[in-house]
Ligand binder design. Structure first.
Ligand SMILES: [Zn+2]
Length: 401
């Protein structure tokens, strides 16, 4: 088999690279992942489920199989009563993720990206050397398994993302870095423009945003990052992987603060037609690595691939089962449904929620707790009953719902 074109060669040539979707949320709904620790050990416990989801994203047009290693750092695997590090070892969890991603990537022309994310060690104010040692353990697995490039994603503090990039650079492979921040900047108050500059200076060739906010908010933040890079006369490829949930009511902490997080977000899910708008706007902004995060299912990625099919020159395999703009409905039995087999019908649709007493916005929790706060500090033992009681009380005092 001829070697695949690398991530930078694809982006340098101006190609659109389509990312994948939100593995933890998708696998939680399928019954293989537990919300909270987000159990990356699914790669060992249910490899067939992880493999199948990779396959569905590949079939829907994803060019990158990101290893299912979110929150798979050793410190996270032994946080608050989590015994995965003891039971399996972080190394085995990460190795299995690489093997599964590679197997499916080689069923198509996709690349494998090794992913690291923010650590409890950073939030607990551990030293730069300690936090970097945590990333290095995952990197050692990615190097051994020869992934194609690295992604440092889901960082609320650009400082920690810079440390991750510096470690990942040690592999000699291309590095992408995305923060989960909104237009107001990171949780230390660093602006998106300055964050982008810091990430590029740390050595990332691809920078951007993932998770925490809806596509349109993420694109607002991307505009600020792009402007920051231009002002600093720095060049980098741009990448965006937003939520598939509408979040107009979020504050700077994103959807984590919404009372519906993570078990009641369904009324906020974007339709496939919303994804067409997102893909087009991202492309128009000059972003060429376009994917998704939590809430993204394979059909959302397929919509991105369909919107950008003119630029890419092909449709994904999953479009065999999806006539363009609903054209498959031409075969529907009911005439009023056949009447929906057209683009302007779906483009103009304003979907109802079907919930008569459901408000359009929520009040975010806004506890304002971040790095260094006692409630965030890592602890090996499970959260105690007294700790929970204190939090329930705090919630009553802090919120009106
Ligand atoms: Zn996410």
């Amino acid at each position: 088999m001829a070697p695949k074109k690398g991530i930078l060669a694809r982006l340098d040539a101006g190609e659109v690279v389509i990312g994948d979707g939100g593995f933890v949320f998708a696998l939680e709904k399928r019954g293989y992942v537990k919300a909270g620790p987000w159990t990356p050990e699914a790669t060992l416990e249910h490899p067939e489920a992880v493999r199948q989801l990779h396959r569905e994203f590949l079939r829907s047009g994803s060019d990158v199989m990101q290893t299912f290693t979110f929150y798979a750092s050793d410190d996270k695997l032994e946080n608050r009563g989590n015994y995965v590090a003891q039971k399996f070892s972080g190394q085995k969890v990460n190795e299995a993720a690489c093997d599964i991603a590679r197997e499916v990537a080689d069923e198509g022309d996709a690349l494998v990206a090794g992913g690291v994310s923010q650590t409890p060690s950073y939030l607990s104010c551990k030293s730069e050397a300690d936090v970097k040692a945590i990333f290095k353990k995952q990197l050692d697995v990615f190097v051994k398994k020869n992934v194609d490039f690295m992604i440092a994603e889901y960082f609320e503090h650009v400082e920690e993302a810079e440390w991750a990039v510096q470690v990942l650079k040690g592999s000699g492979k291309p590095v992408a870095a995305t923060l989960c921040i909104g237009p107001t900047g990171d949780l230390n108050g660093v602006s998106p423009g300055d964050c982008a500059v810091k990430l590029v200076k740390a050595g990332a060739q691809i920078v951007g945003i993932n998770c925490h906010f809806d596509p349109m908010t993420c694109l607002e933040t991307m505009k600020l990052m792009k402007a920051g890079l231009e002002a600093a006369k720095l060049k980098a490829h741009l990448m965006v992987q937003p939520l598939a949930y509408h979040t107009p009511d979020c504050n700077h902490q994103g959807f984590i603060d919404l009372p519906e997080f993570p078990f009641g977000l369904e009324p906020r899910v974007l339709t496939r037609w919303d994804m067409h708008k997102y893909a087009r706007e991202a492309y128009s902004l000059g972003i060429r690595y376009i994917g998704g995060c939590c809430g993204f299912e394979p059909y959302h990625i397929r919509a991105v691939a369909e919107e950008l099919a003119p630029e890419r020159g092909f449709l994904p395999p999953a479009s065999e089962k999806h006539g363009s703009w609903g054209s498959g409905l031409e075969m529907h039995t009911k005439p009023w449904v056949r009447a929906r087999a057209r683009r302007d019908y779906w483009e103009k649709l304003a979907p109802a929620s079907g919930r008569p007493f459901c408000s359009s916005m929520s009040h975010p929790d806004s506890w304002g707790v971040t790095k260094g706060h006692a409630d965030l500090v890592q602890q090996k033992e499970a959260t105690s009953e007294q700790q929970l009681k204190d939090l329930f009380q705090k919630q009553k005092e802090n919120t009106s719902h």
